[in-house]
Design a binder for this molecule. Structure first.
Ligand code: HEM
Length: 122
């Protein structure tokens, strides 16, 4: 059988590396960094842990996701299309930098896109 997406993303080690990179990219991304800085009061240790879990479970890996669903996590942020695309670019940039095949990259893109209505305008 073909490798699961979890395995193709490098398993727990790869997903941890990718998640740390995503957060670093968000923090310097002029389109969205304000969401993570000014008065946001974010617990970055918890955020990193939850994003790792979300990626792991969503790609067919082990364990459980302990965070909120996407609509609840992004509630009252009123994230627009520009911000969504920009945030997705950070995620996809980190995935590409980790060094995955085009197929794996496109699998992540499809999952992110499928979540857009749960993230935007909440
Ligand atoms: C498909 C795209 C996205 C996915 C899969 C995603 C995923 C997540 C996950 C798993 C969490 C943790 C939830 C929790 O702590 O319970 C989270 C939190 C967060 N996301 Fe996203 N996100 C996406 C897009 C965005 C965008 C575009 C922005 C900003 C413009 C954003 C801003 C945030 C912020 C600020 C938090 C922290 C909320 C808090 O701790 O109070 N997200 N996201």
């Amino acid at each position: 059988m073909a490798d699961s997406l979890f395995e193709r993303l490098g398993g727990t080690e790869g997903i941890t590396t990718i998640t740390k990179d995503i957060i670093q990219r968000h923090l310097v991304n002029p389109d969205i960094k304000v969401r993570f800085t000014e008065g946001s009061n974010i617990d970055f240790t918890q955020l990193e842990q939850r994003v790792i879990e979300f990626f792991t479970v969503g790609s067919g890996g082990p364990g459980e996701y302990s965070g909120r669903d996407m609509a609840t996590a992004h509630a009252h942020m009123n994230i627009n299309e520009r911000e969504l695309i920009s945030g997705m670019n950070d995620i996809l940039g980190a995935v590409k930098a980790y060094g995955v095949t085009d197929e794996t990259y496109n699998d992540v893109l499809a999952i992110l896109y499928s979540l857009k209505d749960e993230v935007m305008f909440k």
